[in-house]
Design a protein. Structure first.
Length: 123
């Protein structure tokens, strides 16, 4: 009889409590496994996104480098053309100056010759 009373009032509730505790622990372990799988999947997604972002950044960087090189080449080419134009303009100015000097020299010579003739014509 004592065993029956002890079983009904102590062991049965204790057994029920132990079973509930065991179920909670099992559920906790199952939830932990699910969370671990979810975490692995998230980590894989994260790694994929990071890899893709790094790849896109590299492609963007390479494209920017190429564009800078193209702009640099175009700038150098334009500068070469400008320098060539300045040189050509300088050469033309030198030629014009030479022609002007020759023209002035001839004019001065003609005046000298003319003035000498005038002096020679005097009695």
């Amino acid at each position: 009889m004592v065993f029956t009373v002890l079983y009904i009032f102590a062991l049965k509730p204790l057994n029920k409590l132990m079973q509930e505790r065991s179920e909670k622990i099992s559920k906790g372990v199952e939830d932990a496994k699910q969370n671990e799988e979810l975490l692995k999947a998230c980590r894989a997604d994260y790694d994929e996104v990071i890899k893709k972002a790094k790849n896109e950044a590299y492609v963007f960087s390479e494209k920017a480098k190429k564009e800078r090189e193209i702009e640099k080449s175009a700038s150098i080419e334009n500068t070469k053309k400008e320098v060539e134009a300045i040189i050509q303009n300088g050469k033309k100015m030198m030629e014009d100056a030479k022609k002007e000097i020759v023209s002035l020299t001839m004019l001065a010579t003609e005046k000298l010759i003319s003035s000498k003739k005038d002096l020679n014509d005097l009695p």
